[in-house]
Structures are given as C-alpha cells and as structure tokens.
Write a protein that binds this ligand. Structure first.
Ligand code: 13P
Length: 345
C-alpha cells in the first residue's frame, strides 16, 4: 500500500469547495429513478442520462469525483469515448460502487448485512485497471427504538464488512469511502439519531483499527444527525448542523482527511442548508466536511431531462446549480436566497 498516494487522492476528493456526485445507482435503483420520469431503463437511456451529467461543462469546479456503477465504468458515450475518459479529461476522479447490496442478516430480527467481500480483491484490481481511484461500500442500518435496532449484532457485522472492504481497497491503491448509513425511516427524534450515530461510528472506527485501515487514506460517508421522516418535531437547520458536528468530533479521528455526507432523502435545499450551516458554524474542524450526494444532486436534473435530448442543456444547468450551491455549502457560504439563481428554461 502506498499511503502517500492514497492520502493524495483522498485529499483531492474533499478539496476546498469540492464534493462527490453519487451516480452509482444499481440497476434496480436507476430503474426506479428513470421510471419516475417515464423513461424505460435501457442500457442506452442509462448511458444518455449519465452522459448528460458527466458532460456538464464547469462541474469540475464543484465536483471532485463521481461514484459509478459497474456498467457505467465500462460504458462509452454516444460518440464512442469511454465515460471514464470524459471524467478524467475534466479532472474528475472516477470511483466505483463495489458492494453487492443488502441481504437479510441471519439470526437478526429483519436487519440487513451488505454483501460483496468474496472475490473482492480480484474485482478491485480490475476496477483499478479500468480507472477507478476510489470505491464505495454502503452498510444500511435502521432505527427502531421499540425493538432496539440497530442491534449490536447488526452494527458489528456491518462494521467488520466495511473495515475488511476498506483494507482490500487500500491494498489495491483505491481509496475507500466507508458508508454506514442510518436510514431516516421512522418517527424517532434527533436525540435518538444522535445516539445511534454515535454507537455506529464508534463501532465502525473500532473495526477499522482492528483491520489496520489507514485513516489518512479513506473518506467517511455518514448520515447527518436528523430526526426520522415521520417524526412530529423537526429539528432546525442549526440543530442538525450542531448535533452532526458534535457526534463527528466524538467519533472520527482527525487523521481522516474528509467526511462526505449522503443526502438520504432530504430535500435538495435542506441537504445544502445543513452542510452549509455545519461549515459556517464550525469553521475549524480537523477534517473537511462536504457532500457525496445522489438524490440531492440529481433530483432536479433528472426531472428537467425527462429522457429528451432537447432538454440536456437545461438539465445540465439544473445539475450545475445544485453542485454550485453544495460547493458553497462545503465552504460555509450557502445562503437560501441563492436558490433563486436557477430558473428552468
Ligand atoms: P443519497 O444522497 O441519495 O442518499 O445517495 C448517496 C449514496 O451514495 C447512497 O449510498
């Protein structure tokens, strides 16, 4: 493992004012996204949609890297140029989702374990050859206060898988994004989210240490500390920002170069506002705090595109608008008034 190289890539991923586009929807997830705009999920439509995102001129000011799905890493644009080459030419680092999704965790009460470790070193070597310089593995945890979820069994099993994945990445010269996602489903308050996030991150960093993962060569991708979607009381933007920073300060060693949040189903505006408030209110943190958003970067351009070539320019404008506002949020310069800057054509 070349730690200097890994650290250089990790720092570039979270360079000031830059974050990551998560465009690594699995075949079943991208099918859902495309069906929401009445577009069939053919290989060509998936390509056209992602090509629209990757060719948006100027995105490289805001976006350091893109997480790709296996199909996309191997795909060529309409004119025959590999999509990876389009990204590389713009100075955007290609990444790859390597987990194989979730399965039921045997012995648990309906909890999930992420699969994909078998054969991973071999796949990782191929991904490196295909141009990926970072990877992503997502663990999925649900909160249910009544049954004590997530259970310790589920936390430890998923944290161990994340740590083993991270070690495999680093051995192949690939920076791991370590993503333990606590879902927003449920009626729990922000205090419960705080406690569960704290337990989760402690467990993840214990396993990362056990498996000798070099913290300087990884990126953490956590949820924000936020109430459940069905909660009666909504925490304010500042409360979410302060609680999230507080839990991260407790759990994440300063050797980690950066923390790039998932959006997790938050509205576009809230995902930007929360990140903006964290950076504005807490300017001197040991790690960079930025975005690695899927839905909060893509919801607008997906809708504007609607599967029509004639809409590409307008969809790209929508994407750039969200990317720019999240870039400002990563610098603590987000202002809700800036939302007015975009007017759909
Ligand atoms: P969302 O931002 O839509 O939560 O997606 C980020 C991601 O990569 C989830 O694994």
């Amino acid at each position: 493992m070349n730690l200097t190289e890994l650290n250089t890539i990790a720092k570039a991923m979270v360079a000031p004012g830059k974050g990551i586009l998560a465009a690594d929807e699995s075949t079943s997830t991208i099918e859902k996204r495309l069906s929401s705009i009445n577009v069939p999920s053919t290989e060509e439509n998936r390509r056209d949609y992602r090509e629209m995102l990757f060719t948006a001129a100027g995105a490289e000011q805001y976006v350091s890297g893109v997480i790709l799905y296996d199909e996309t890493l191997r795909q060529k644009a309409k004119d025959g140029t590999p999509l990876v080459e389009i990204l590389n030419k713009r100075g955007i680092i290609p990444g790859i989702k390597v987990d194989k999704g979730v399965q039921a965790l045997p012995g648990s009460d309906g909890e999930k374990i992420t699969e994909g470790l078998d054969g991973l070193p071999k796949r990782m070597a191929e991904y490196h050859q295909l141009g990926a310089r970072f990877a992503k593995w997502r663990a999925v945890l649900s909160i249910d206060a009544a049954t004590g979820k997530p259970s310790r069994q589920c936390l430890v099993a998923n944290a161990e898988a994340l740590a083993r994945y991270a070690g495999i990445c680093q051995a192949a010269g690939i920076v791991p994004i370590v993503e333990p996602e606590i879902l927003m489903d449920g009626a729990h308050g922000i205090e419960t989210s705080f406690k569960v996030t704290e337990r989760t991150l402690h467990t993840v960093f214990e396993q990362l240490a056990l498996h000798n993962v070099a913290l300087e060569g990884m990126i953490l991708k956590p949820n924000m500390v936020i109430q459940g979607e069905q909660a009666k009381t909504q925490a304010s933007v500042d409360e979410v920002a302060d609680a999230t920073v507080k839990v991260l300060l407790r759990c994440v060693p300063g050797a980690v170069p950066g923390i790039a949040f998932l959006s997790g189903g938050q509205s576009d505006e809230l995902a930007s506002a929360h990140l903006g408030a964290m950076n504005a209110r807490h300017p001197n943190l040991p790690w960079a705090l930025t975005f690695s958003y899927g839905r909060a970067l893509q919801a607008l351009p997906l809708k504007l595109w609607g599967g029509k070539a004639a809409n590409v320019a307008n969809a790209q404008k929508g994407y750039l608008h969200r990317a720019r506002l999240n870039s400002l949020a990563a610098q603590g310069k987000y202002d809700a008034k800036l939302e007015q800057d975009f007017k759909a054509a």
